[in-house]
Design a protein around this ligand. Structure first.
Ligand SMILES: [Zn+2]
Ligand SMILES: [Zn+2]
Length: 126
């Protein structure tokens, strides 16, 4: 009997390499070539720009909405936690959202007094 693997092709569904959720091929966008969902693809782009020295705060709204979208869709957004730490949204140590900023590049967790930030492009505290 001839068995055909009908899931191997033509399904248009793949698991995103980063958030692991299944995402449907849209037939548009470069994200499919690298096996990322559209959200992870956009966040990766922002992550690269930030690594290249762009100010993460420039992308704050975009990061937060993309991050929330991944979680809402059932994905695992953990690998982008760094971006949220850089925005001071979460404490890298205890996960608390009760954080404060010194007005520039350092954050402090009100709950556990953990401090983190970026100094001369070097991340510390997370
Ligand atoms: Zn993804
Ligand atoms: Zn903390």
């Amino acid at each position: 009997m001839l068995t055909t693997n009908r899931f191997a092709r033509g399904s248009g569904v793949y698991a995103c390499r980063v958030c692991k959720r299944n995402t449907r091929s849209t037939g548009r966008g470069d994200n499919e070539h690298v096996r990322l969902c559209a959200e992870c693809f956009d966040l990766s782009g922002i992550e690269n720009a930030v690594l290249d020295g762009d100010d993460v705060r420039k992308y704050a709204d975009e990061i937060r909405s993309l991050y929330a979208a991944i979680i809402q869709l059932g994905g695992n957004a953990k690998s982008f936690n760094d971006l949220l730490f850089q925005l001071g949204d979460y404490c890298p140590d205890c996960g608390s959202t009760n954080t404060e900023s010194n007005g520039s590049t350092e954050y402090r967790c009100v709950e556990c007094d953990h401090r983190w930030g970026v100094d001369c492009g070097e991340h510390y505290g997370y």
